[in-house]
Ligand binder design. Sequence first.
Ligand SMILES: Cc1cc2nc3c(=O)[nH]c(=O)nc-3n(C[C@H](O)[C@H](O)[C@H](O)COP(=O)(O)OP(=O)(O)OC[C@H]3O[C@@H](n4cnc5c(N)ncnc54)[C@H](O)[C@@H]3O)c2cc1C
Length: 805
Amino acid sequence: MKSHTRVAVIGGGVVGCSVLYHLTKLGWSDVMLIERSELTSGSTWHAAGGFHTLNADTNMAALQGYTIELYKDLEKLSEQSCGLHHVGGLTLATTPDRMDFLKAERAKHRYMGLDTEIVGPEEIRKLSPITNTEGVLGALYDPLDGHLDPSGTTHAYAKAARKAGAEIVLRTPVLETNPRPDGSWEIVTEQGTVIAEHIVNAAGLWAREVGALAGIYLPLHPMEHQYLVTEETPDVYERDSELPHVMDPEGESYLRQEGRGLVIGFYEQSCDPWAVEGTPLDFGHELLPDKLDRIGDSLELAFRRYPVLERAGIKTIINGPFTFAPDGNPLVGPVPGLRNYWSACAVMAGFSQGGGVGLTLAEWMVEGEPSRDVFAMDVARFGDWISPGYTRAKVRENYQRRFSVGYPNEELPAARPYQTTPAYGIWKEQRAVFGTAYGMEAVNYFAPEGEPLFETPSFRRSNAFEATAQECKAVREAVGINEIHNFGKYLVTGPGAEAWLDRIMAGRIPKVGRLSLTPMLSPKGKLIGDFTISRLAEEAFQLTASFGAQAYHLRWFWQHLPEEGVSIENVSTRRIGFQIAGPNARTLLDRVAMADVSNEAFPFMAIREMDIGLCRALVQRVSYTGDLGYEIYVDAEDQIALYETLSAAGADLGLRPFGMRAMMSLRLEKAFGSWMREFKPDYTPVETGMDRFVSYNKPADFIGKAAALAEKAEGPKRRLCTFVVEAEDADTWGDEPIWHDGKVVGFVTSGGYAHHAGKSVALGFLPVELITEEREVEIEVLGKHCKATMITETLFDPKAERMRG
Ligand SMILES: Cc1cc2nc3c(=O)[nH]c(=O)nc-3n(C[C@H](O)[C@H](O)[C@H](O)COP(=O)(O)OP(=O)(O)OC[C@H]3O[C@@H](n4cnc5c(N)ncnc54)[C@H](O)[C@@H]3O)c2cc1C
């Protein structure tokens, strides 16, 4: 075993081996993998080996596509068979809602270039004669689905990596990982100590334990999972061709051919988290005892769906553990708070995702950033608020929902409420229906008396539609109030604060008493943040950005922080308050503030410290509703006092609370983009119109400047546009394809119903050559082509007179 290495990957499952291979592929050959036992000794050896592209996140789906397409090359490179069976797969729909879901997936696949199709019961029977299609409305057919040999595939990655210079050390458990002052790591094993510039935790079932060696908590948990292998049956072996996979979400099962028999696995409701106290260090190539009673109901449904099972007889039952993160996606990337420590774990579908995970991590390590937005699997999408109890509850929910329809408006119930603000009780009394982001409850809308306190999950307009309309009306015609707790907020102070912000942000740094909007860019000129900078004093700033991106942004800040002169404090849950917005907002503020709030004294984009009732507040003259509005920040313990003051003074002005559904509707009327919808690392400033906030000429050499200047000089290939859609009962949410002349030419980033304007609105990308005034296109919503017209003026207040007046 060598004593120094550039990278040490801990764990020789399919994921660790893929990371090792991809590092060599991108040119790093001084890399090694350390495995406790033999390769595949964790979850990998007993996997059912299925692979598919279906994933709610488009970039995750694309990376799954990459993984599947990689295998043929891998076989050639390694001269090791992966045992590939590209047999295609069917996902059945037995309800209209699931059919909507599959149509939405199909639509998304069109612009991703994936060749899926919707098929009817007759076609299903033709493809898979063993499937009883009673009650089946249709299916999504994906020709890329298939299965492989888990062990062969893992060894193929390992062989390809070895050929390119990687070292693999077996039967060597890592006992300690100790950080060194220069950022490298000391890795202690019984065979000796290795100094590694970078460490990758790919320890799968033991990722929690390996993480703990470095003092970190990685939010993942193992679950037990069972599949059955049947005896040989003539219904299978007498066929000329291999059967396709069939996913039956109603029965929570997946089925495929295995030699001359079948394999069927279940994601059952009565599932068991495994190894709650931690994965035993001596757990080896073992299986867990069968628990057939747990899958009794699912088996019954399976016998009806596939009558052949009753004749085939069960040969083997496999019950094994594998790990999940709270949302089911992997945990990948630099671990916040540590230097040169990388995560590649919680991969619950190693044979669909392992290649994409390996590629992403290798790009991140070798090239400094992944080539696409990977927030859906970034380890920093969870913050330090997350607890093992939360993880366990969410992982269980995720397992149970593996085959559930993922509705765009759905709020999942497990582990809630977890984090709340003091105003939570006030909203609850007013019949709030809550959503959650990053562990924090936020009001979606207020249910009128007599309506359920629950939004019906749907792809179409839900029961929140009318209530949201009333909240929008209150904002546009009187004044609305909602919480501003769901922004990430940071105090940046010190003599070096201005210079540091000037380097890290692409926009202008405001003067004292003003705010500015600015993108934050990666070195490649991609959008990695969408910030408001408020200058409180010469050396003090408040930054606001997405609440859900706290760990992501803080990781970037820490990575770029100078040794002295700047300090950063995350005050996201400490500085909260309310936004008031609408034509009566100034009158309301005037009634309660001990300050001149006239337009002259307190213009648009100004910030002021002022006393409001009992509270000392920071007020910003800005509103995401696009209306006359103010954000009022106070310390968390003052929030109720502030609310009492505002609500008493606003009663006769028509003050009414509004939630996130109304907020997202109102912003559409101003075509304001939103983080992770219009603004994310897949896009650039010029493409999204964020270039208007980039200070290309400022003297500071801000991160991403060279790339941003090059992009501006070259001009973009596509641009973000706004459309009015002739929708019926379903609006766009995001990811719908945009058609022109019978071809898919773009896609929607987000959309919805703009209640005040009375129009369905979509934001999305079009190639620049198609962008002309009132360009007509079609947007596919749930399989239907809806006429859509591009608009260049915002639907509300196009001259910004209300907002600035
Ligand atoms: C019953 C079942 C069926 C499945 N079916 C499928 C399927 O059809 N398709 C699919 O894609 N996925 C399937 N999976 C999931 C799949 O098995 C996992 O996604 C995959 O194996 C995860 O691989 P990994 O490399 O992350 O982790 P693991 O396979 O757990 O590998 C981790 C490795 O790290 C090593 N290690 C741990 N600690 C140390 C240490 N201290 N020092 C050195 N080495 C260490 C371990 O020995 C182990 O080899 C299934 C899982 C189960 C349980």
